[in-house]
Write a protein that binds this ligand. Structure first.
Ligand SMILES: NC(=O)c1ccc[n+]([C@@H]2O[C@H](COP(=O)([O-])OP(=O)(O)OC[C@H]3O[C@@H](n4cnc5c(N)ncnc54)[C@H](O)[C@@H]3O)[C@@H](O)[C@H]2O)c1
Length: 322
């Protein structure tokens, strides 16, 4: 069993280096870890380096750990080499069940015994992914939000065959790595936050499919409306305030009956060509000439400003990891 103390981890491996794996790599680099990455795509390394470079100004504003340096990013030629000395592995490969199953079994075989391997999956229960691994006990879900280098939340949960100690270890590790951890004691489809996001996302797709609202209207309805409250107070306490001095009890007495009104259409709409084009063209229109890099920079600055304004800028790490 080569599981170090969570606060002593120095070497982290990220497998899959797309939007999320690359974001994790940027986060761990900024917190002073040595980061090794493996991704089978031929263009993965330049993509990853572009992502880390684009994230670094935001990470610098947040406060880098002593010794944090993008030069401590290593790209390994094989999965086995990437994992050989890992003290923690974060898997962020495409969201396909068979692929995750095989990959987690390979990661388990290649990683020193006992070291925790976490999956970034957005929705698969670990129980369904850990079926072929020799040591399923060390496999956990560590579900991040995009970008993992700025959004603090990680949802941590094990599968039926996960050792609860591995779940507890992962939670302590993520905390040591500067994340806000929500540990779940059971597997929920979509975990907590994605379940909530999915409800909004489905409604947005219905409204575009039916021509009821544009992409721009939908986005503005959140950024100019409830999104401002949600950055510091969740939907439940926010609604308790909507009940005035009577709080949640008054809110439920007042609006309880309308809970059943058919405002929502929670079944997903058919993703036909018209809806597909409506979403893609609507997003291009909403971007109003801003490039992907412009939007990433705008989002990163926005998140930092919100964290600062609500007194939640993370404490900069005082020492290098390890
Ligand atoms: N995009 C999000 O907002 C988001 C948020 C939270 C969690 N996630 C989860 O993170 C994971 C990755 O999603 P993403 O959005 O970064 O996808 P992505 O398509 O941006 O990146 C996937 C990366 O995996 C690589 N890859 C392909 N086959 C692989 C294999 N066999 N082994 C290792 N790597 C492989 C690809 O080359 C690519 O670089 C998924 O499980 C997804 O559900 C995504």
């Amino acid at each position: 069993m080569a599981r170090p103390d969570p606060a002593d981890v120095a070497r982290v491996t990220c497998v899959g280096a797309g939007v999320i794996g690359g974001g994790w790599a940027a986060h761990f680099l900024a917190r002073g870890y040595d980061v090794t990455v493996w991704d089978p795509a031929p263009d993965a390394e330049p993509r990853l380096r572009r992502l880390v470079e684009a994230a670094w100004p935001a990470l610098t504003q947040l406060g880098l750990a002593p010794g944090a340096d993008p030069a401590r990013l290593k790209v390994a030629p094989t999965l086995e080499e990437a994992c050989a000395e890992a003290e923690f592995v974060q898997e962020s490969a495409p969201e396909k069940l068979e692929l995750k199953r095989d990959l987690l079994a390979r990661l388990d075989a290649a990683t020193p015994p006992g070291v925790v391997v976490a999956s970034s999956t957005s929705g698969y229960p670990m129980t369904d992914m850990q079926t072929t691994a020799a040591d399923p006990g060390r496999l956990v879900v560590g579900h991040p939000f995009n970008p993992p280098y700025l959004i603090p939340l990680v949802e941590v949960v094990g599968g039926e065959r996960t050792d609860p100690e591995a779940v507890a270890w992962a939670a302590r590790f993520y905390e040591a790595a500067g994340k806000s951890v929500l540990t779940m004691d059971r597997e929920l489809p979509g975990f907590v936050a994605n379940r909530l996001q999915e409800a909004l996302w489905r409604e947005a797709l219905h409204m575009v499919a039916n021509g009821e609202a544009t992409v721009r209207d939908i986005d503005a309805s959140i950024t100019e409306g409830p999104g401002l409250r949600w950055a510091f107070m969740g939907p439940c306490l926010t609604f308790a305030l909507a009940g005035g001095e009577g709080g949640m009890a008054h809110m439920l007495d007042h609006f309880g009956e309308s809970l059943k009104s058919p405002w929502t259409r929670l079944e997903a709409p058919e993703l036909d060509r018209k809806l597909y084009d409506g979403m893609v063209d609507g997003c291009a229109e909403a971007a109003a000439g801003r490039s992907h890099a412009d939007l990433v920079a705008e989002r990163d600055q926005g998140v930092i400003d919100v964290l600062r304004a609500t007194g939640r800028l993370p404490e900069p790490p005082r020492r290098s990891a390890g």
